[in-house]
Design a protein around this ligand. Structure first.
Ligand SMILES: [Cu+2]
Length: 111
């Protein structure tokens, strides 16, 4: 078969979409690409039902200003969390939730 070069190029281009998606990470594997930002704040309330903490956090440069908002946390953090406790952690957007990981409890300050 002696195809014109342009036609051969078209055949290759037509085949590309079938090849490329396999090389792209699936959405389920996107967690590796999650951007985490250091956060410092105070727990204003603990919401066990939602496995979340309300945290009054300091400004996170380039991400958001100081505010009080909800963060999903793991079970161990939820259990240890106390209202009024100062914390640091790594915040990230995961799906439709904000998540706080690597939470460390700071020595209690004035209430
Ligand atoms: Cu915020």
């Amino acid at each position: 078969m002696n195809l014109p070069p342009l036609f051969r190029l078209l055949l290759i281009l037509a085949a590309l979409p079938a090849i490329l998606p396999a090389a792209e990470p699936k959405s389920a594997e996107k967690t590796d690409a999650v951007k985490r930002h250091p956060l410092k704040g105070v727990i204003t309330s603990v919401n066990a039902e939602k496995s979340a903490l309300m945290v009054k956090h300091e400004a996170i440069p380039g991400v958001m200003g100081a505010m009080t908002m909800m963060f999903k946390v793991d079970a161990a953090t939820l259990k240890a969390a106390q209202q009024g406790r100062a914390i640091t952690g790594q915040m990230s957007r995961q799906g439709s939730s904000w998540v706080l990981e690597d939470v460390k409890f700071l020595p209690a300050t004035k209430s």
